[in-house]
Design a protein. Sequence first.
Length: 225
Amino acid sequence: MLGQIIIVNGTSGSGKSTACELFSARAEGFWLTYGIDHFMGSTFPRKFGHRGARSQEGICAVPVDAADPEGALCWQMSPQGLAAFAAFHEWVAAASRQGCNIILDHLLVLDPPLLQDCIWRLKDLPVLLVNLKPPYEVLMERVANREVGQRFSNSNYSAEQIAQSKTLLGRLRPWFYEVVYANDCCDLLIDTAQHSPEAVCELIEHRLEAGPGTAFEILRGRYPL
């Protein structure tokens, strides 16, 4: 029997990691917890990430507008970076095929084509796609309040590296908000400015009771192989 997959999609500060961890803790059944935060923080090699010395060979941050090199940034992935995300999606598929339920946080962007890769690698598996989308202003306030205390407090980053990382993330954030929510097709859309983490979990639980998700099937029609 296939395990249920729940993908909680949203930008940094949307509450996706909190929702995934709380959902797993509340559940009576056996739920694995994984996602892009685990993947980028522990699996993807740091030197090939967008803050690494060899980011050009993995995921690099480049100007959205080449004429404005100091402006907003976006992600650009090498074939090796895309292959790593393909492996991430295959791991999720493997968990479901082993009968394990799994809930994960993600950044399902259209360019680079992470959404398109995910929908096809999880074909024929039960997927519920949840978008957590607070207003942009709320998101910015949350991130500003938590960034130093949570993202870097237990890291080995120097003060200079922390400052550089904050600047980089700040320049990436407008692009993330645009591309993560460019896809309007999901099984459940939740404004986390209006719903607490507990309420988010309750909404997901109720949606699961209503039957399987259909968003990925619709998206495969939009983005054929």
